[in-house]
Write a protein that binds this ligand. Sequence first.
Ligand code: 6PG
Length: 254
Amino acid sequence: MMKDQSIKIFPTVEKLARSFAELLQQNADKTDDNDFYSIALSGGSTPNKIFRYLSENFKDKINWAKIKIFFGDERCVPPENEDSKYRMANESLLKNISIPKENIFRIKGENDPTKEASRYEEVLKSNLPSLKGIPQFDLILLGLGEDGHTASIFPNQLNLFYSARLCEVAVHPQTKHKRITLTGKIINNSKHVLFLVTGKNKASVLSKIFDVNNSRSEYPASLVNPKNGKLTWFLDIEASKMFDGKSNNKLIER
Ligand code: 6PG
C-alpha cells in the first residue's frame, strides 16, 4: 500500500536548511505556554549542516525555550568522544543557542548500553505526552544510510525496528560498535517524521525505497510509516535524481 508521505526537493542544502529552520520557528511559535515542541535529533553530515545553519541564521529567531531536544540514536562513547552524536549536535547547535539545559535529554553513551536503553526509555515516558500509551514526539529527524539504515537500525537488525521496547542496543554491522537507538514503536508513533537526505550517494538507495513496484522492506528506512502522523522527505537535487522525468508526481514539491 502507498504510504502517505510528501517529498520536497531543494536546489541546495542551504535552501533545505532554511525551510527546516522556518518549520521549527513556526512550530515553536505556535506551541502553547506551559507546553513544549519535542524533537529527536539525528546524526550525520546533513543534520550537521542544518544545525550550523540554525546557529548562524536562526539563533535569535527561534523560541528555543519552547523546544525539548532528544536524540534518535547514539554511539556508545562518552559525550566528549569525536564519534558522539551529542557532541556533534552540541558543537554545531546546542552550545550556540539559548536553550535551557533542562530541555536537552541526551542518550548517555558512556553508560552500560543495556541499562542506558532502559533509562532513556523512562526519560521518554516521563518527558513526552503519549498516544495509545506510547510516548509521542512532535518531530523525529532521521537520516538515511547508503545501506538503507535509519536511526541506528541496520538492515541485518530489522527485529530492532519491531521491538516492543522504545529503545534498544544496536550493533554496527561493520565496526561492531554498540549504539542505542529508538525503535519503530516510538518512531512510527510520532506526529511528524522528517527524513533529511542529501548528496548523490543517496540517489541509488532512494530509488529502491521509492520503487512502488518493488517495496523493499529489507531497508529499515522503508518501515518508517507514522500511522497517526505525517512523513516528509527533504531531499536535495543530488539525492533526488530518481525523480527525473516524474515531475508531475503530486507528492513532489520543488
Ligand atoms: C551514523 C550516521 C548515519 C547517518 C546517515 C546519513 O550514525 O552512522 O549518523 O546514521 O545519519 O548515514 O548521513 P548523512 O547525513 O551524512 O548523509
